[in-house]
Design a protein around this ligand. Structure first.
Ligand code: LLP
Length: 415
């Protein structure tokens, strides 16, 4: 179900017109639908209900503590990749025992923080990382729970920058060396082997690559078992795609059913780390048209949001739908490049979009709930956008627009 719909000629977030949100909080601002987030999470939960499982929402997709808190209330776990993300989960009321810690470059102080918090496990990505984790756990007189991130060498058929499961990617340990890595882990006193995991990429729109990866991991688990290494959980990563334009990814429940069919041992706990598929289509970036510039061969709509607010279009060639908040049904449409105020040619949110636009109009950049605000920056010394969560007929400002003074907080002029 889509929670951003037109009623008469006005675009709504759940039961609130976007015009009201803009009036109250200004633009640019990110707007999320609580129902949309919860529906996606529940779709995963329902599909996994018949076996031991844990959904570890990938915090990197959208780390606002209000959203983490909503997921924690549903019982979600979390996948974090830094001390900062772990701190956010704890602040949001998430249970550290449901946290997995991923990432190729964990540092000693991050390991220490996670061990003290009592996380579920570290997804370890290399032998040197195993040794450092063993040392840190030894200093704290405990055993670190460990799962090895295995790189199954599967092509996820996605944008090269968000493909992670190929041999040439920096992630995980190669499937052919995984057994050696597990043996090394087994020989280290302060490590406790608990599971295995993989993550092959993001915005994957079919189940084939995940099925392939899971089969390879299951075969590896059988080999490990004969070597006396028994694992309690398998983490199949995240990566399920969403519809931006005309992609047709499976629903989370279909995806889970098809992938978990490969895991015949019902006693093994299944972990997943979805990010985009939970929040991506639950958020839009709301922006105001500042100027319309009609330059003969080309029309530009210059808006108050920019590449610092949403980097995906220029970074990944991403296409995100742009809707007029007020539909002009009878007026003719023209092609516009929707661009921001930043001094870069790459500062666009959409190119050649057929729209009816006048200065002062509001536009909604769709599918911006994942990797939108989370990847925003202060480039051109622009303050970061506000974030608003809509719950039926209520709207909550879950992050204030940054103030200009916050831009140089921590900076110092020489004496
Ligand atoms: N687990 C790990 C270890 C990951 O690296 C990622 C994403 C996820 C889970 C969640 O994947 P998802 O379900 O969201 O696809 N900024 C890019 C996406 C980068 C994804 C990085 N890793 C974008 O805007 O498309």
């Amino acid at each position: 179900m889509n929670y951003f719909t037109y009623q008469q000629d006005q675009l709504y977030a759940e039961k609130i017109p976007f015009v009201d949100i803009a009036q109250r909080f200004g633009t640019p601002c990110y707007v999320y639908s609580r129902s949309a987030i919860e529906q996606q999470w529940r779709s995963y939960e329902l599909a996994l209900a018949s076996r031991p499982h844990l959904i570890c929402y990938a915090v990197k997709a959208n780390s606002n503590i209000a959203i983490l808190n909503l997921l924690a209330r549903l019982g979600s776990g979390f996948d974090v990749v830094s001390a900062g993300e772990l701190a956010r989960v704890i602040k949001a009321g998430g249970d550290p025992r449901k946290v997995v810690f991923s990432g190729v470059g964990k540092q000693a102080q991050e390991m220490e923080m996670a061990l003290r918090a009592g996380i579920k496990c570290f997804n370890v990505e290399s032998i040197p990382e195993l040794h450092l984790l063993n040392t840190v756990a030894g200093q704290l007189h405990c055993k670190a729970p460990v799962s090895i991130r295995v790189n199954p060498d599967v092509d996820a058929n996605t944008h090269p920058y968000i493909s992670t499961g190929l041999k040439e990617n920096k992630f995980g340990v190669g499937i052919e060396e995984a057994e050696t890595v597990y043996r090394t882990a087994a020989g280290l006193e302060h490590l406790q082997i608990t599971g295995i995991d993989c993550h092959i990429g993001s915005q994957i729109t079919s189940t084939g690559p995940h099925i392939d990866a899971t089969r390879r991991i299951i075969r590896l688990m059988a080999r490990l078992k004969s070597a006396g290494i028994n694992l309690k959980h398998i983490d199949i990563g995240g990566g399920l795609g969403i519809t931006y334009a005309d992609e047709t990814p499976p629903d989370p429940s279909v995806f889970i059913n098809e992938v978990t069919r490969e895991i015949t041992d019902d006693s093994i706990e299944v972990l997943i780390e979805p990010g985009r598929s939970i929040v991506g289509n639950a958020g839009v970036l709301l922006t105001t048209v500042l100027y319309v510039k009609e330059a003969g061969h080309k029309n530009f709509a210059i808006v108050d949001a920019a590449m610092n607010d949403l980097i995906r279009p220029v970074l990944y060639d991403a296409w995100q739908q742009i809707l007029s908040v007020r539909q002009h049904i009878s007026s003719p449409k023209r092609a516009y490049d929707v661009v921001g105020p930043i001094c870069e040619t790459g500062d666009f949110l959409g190119l050649d979009r057929m729209l009816t636009i006048a200065s002062g109009d509001l536009l909604a950049i769709c599918s911006a709930g994942a990797y939108g605000f989370a990847m925003s920056s202060n480039y051109n010394s622009r303050t970061r956008a506000a974030e608003v969560l809509v719950d039926q007929d209520q709207m909550y400002e879950i992050r204030q627009r940054e103030h200009i003074e916050e831009l140089y907080r921590g900076e110092q002029i020489l004496p």
